[in-house]
Design a protein around this ligand. Structure first.
Ligand SMILES: [Fe+2]
Length: 140
């Protein structure tokens, strides 16, 4: 008699949250202080080799120095309060960091209006492609 094996079904999970991730940096202090200053958050005390930046939703960016190999650029997107967006753009302008409307950085000095919100992209000191946006992506 043929047996019918079925894959065990995963239990429904409702509480998995991203807690922390390492962000590689050429200079962890420079990079952590840069994003903290732009976003208006704090750099925490060093934790071993990590320099943590706590975001408001329980996620920590643990800046970690990579000094002897090239850093692969990653993309980090921050959902920010609409009323703080202008201040963040002003801080980028104040420190002379160009922002762009698009992820490929072809529209300098412009913001986008995706999903009824506002957004912009800019490089961090290690070349990571950072994004601020006031509305999350709406996926079909
Ligand atoms: Fe993005």
């Amino acid at each position: 008699m043929e047996s019918h094996h079925t894959m065990p079904q995963p239990m429904p999970v409702t509480t998995v949250q991203l807690n922390h991730t390492a962000v590689y940096a050429k200079d962890r202090r420079l990079s952590a202080e840069f994003i903290a200053a732009i976003l208006g958050v704090e750099v925490a005390a060093p934790f071993g080799p990590f320099l943590p930046v706590d975001l408001g939703n329980g996620v920590t960016l643990d800046y970690y120095e990579l000094t002897d190999e090239p850093i692969q650029a990653q993309h980090y997107a921050f959902l920010v309060p609409d009323e703080q967006f202008d201040a963040m753009i002003a801080r980028l302008e104040a420190v002379g960091v160009t922002y762009y409307a698009d992820p490929d950085h072809t529209e300098p000095g412009a913001i986008n209006r995706l999903f009824g919100g506002r957004g912009a992209y800019f490089d961090d000191p290690s070349g990571h492609n950072m994004e601020i946006m006031t509305r999350p992506y709406a996926r079909p």
